[in-house]
Design a protein around this ligand. Structure first.
Ligand code: NAP
Length: 354
């Protein structure tokens, strides 16, 4: 097995840290470049003494020439808008990229600009062709394309958690495409490591609150792939909530069954058949509902399905660790495929419970 050299840009953030933790213990990858802004010029051991790496690198202010000289792959874990400035020169220099931000998740640059309005104002982009070329990095649905890609856009945490249980039912035409509702809860690490007032302990602890009600940025991202798989444009009502925990994301999806005679057992079999050969998705038995703690520190998505015969609704439940299957772990799944490895190589699939 060859060793692949990887640059991690945004190393000091939550996504960067998880990526480094995973790659440092991965037999097929060497971490050969670290990039950052405020941390640039400092050694890794100074920034993160609790996470020693095989080589104690100095964090660099990202430069495409230096990244290309050091690495075959780059994982970009940057605030939205920044990857779009680095990706074109990296691809020109032959570096294959996994981007954890939203910059390449839309097939159309115009749609990205309509959703990421502030970022579009501050970052000039002329890379519409790369938006079309980028592969949406949900390995369970786009594995073959990811393996061949130069540029992979890892999905957002809410889209990952919501789409995994929803897509099989859309694909098989088992649910109505109208009236879909997603209610989701996330921990505070979803907001990243940079200081934000609403994520202070005094604000977020002992409280739970909705945010981004109507028009959250992940709504259109979920709708994009859901519409493609359903074969028709569809709209989703999506409401996220902030809950007082650090890691974890739980999504509950409500849909109307086309055939009200379907049972929870039938619907569980649908999920089992789709994900049988996907080690990072686990379908729970009927009546067992996922908890974020069961997925914490793992790259698993835990799915469960119930049918309410009274209302004719399907209730889909999905739990992930937002920093793992929702971000860095999924990024490593994509790297694995791009490097010709098995999708779950080097990824934890068992929790340290509780
Ligand atoms: N957190 C989640 O649950 C989650 C899930 C899925 C996807 N995502 C996406 O993943 C990306 C990273 O999120 P995160 O939560 O890991 O963010 P974060 O903790 O805030 O980290 C951001 C990183 O970007 C670096 N950075 C900022 N400006 C930079 C610049 N101009 N040049 C170079 N480096 C710069 C920071 O480095 P310095 O400290 O050196 O300035 C830091 O390492 C975001 O696009 C986010 O939307 C997040």
């Amino acid at each position: 097995m060859g060793i692949h050299r990887v640059a991690v840009v945004g190393a000091s953030g939550y996504g960067g840290l998880q990526t480094l933790r995973l790659l440092n213990a991965h037999a097929a990858f060497d971490i050969t470049y670290l990039g950052g802004e405020r941390s640039a010029g400092r050694s890794w051991s100074e920034i993160c003494p609790f996470l020693p790496l095989c080589d104690d690198l100095i964090v660099d202010s990202p430069d495409p020439d230096r990244i290309a000289a050091a690495a075959d792959f780059a994982v970009l874990s940057l605030p939205n808008g920044l990857a779009s400035q680095l990706v074109p020169p990296l691809l020109e220099r032959g570096v294959r990229v996994v981007d954890l931000s939203a910059d390449y998740r839309y097939r159309s640059l115009d749609q990205w600009a309509a959703v990421y309005v502030h970022e579009a104002r501050t970052h000039q982009r002329v890379d519409a062709d790369l938006c079309t070329e980028a592969v949406y990095g949900l390995p369970e649905w786009h594995g073959a394309e990811i393996a061949e890609a130069r540029l992979v856009a890892a999905p957002g945490c809410f889209p990952t958690t919501s789409l995994l249980p929803l897509l099989p039912f859309l694909k098989q035409g088992l649910i109505e495409t109208e009236g879909l509702i997603i209610d989701a809860k996330t921990g505070t690490s979803g907001g990243g490591r940079a200081a934000k007032e609403n994520l202070l302990l005094a604000e977020a602890s002992e409280s739970i609150s909705p945010y981004g009600v109507v028009g959250h940025r992940h709504t259109s991202e979920i709708e994009q792939l859901a519409s493609t798989v359903a074969g028709c444009p569809l709209q989703i009502q999506f409401t996220p909530h902030l809950v007082p925990m650090v890691r974890g994301l739980l999504a509950t999806v409500y849909a109307r069954l086309r055939d009200p005679g379907l049972t929870a057992e039938d619907c569980t079999m649908v999920l089992e058949a789709v994900y049988r050969h996907h080690p990072c998705v686990r379908v729970l038995p009927v009546g067992t509902y996922p908890a974020t703690k069961w997925a914490k520190h793992t790259n698993l998505a835990l799915l469960s399905v119930q049918v309410d015969g009274r209302t004719g609704r399907l209730v889909l439940m999905s739990a992930v660790d937002n920093l793992m299957k929702g971000q860095a772990g999924q990024g490593v799944q994509c790297l694995n495929l791009m490097a010709g490895l098995s999708v779950s190589e080097g990824l934890p699939l068992a929790p340290f419970y509780p």
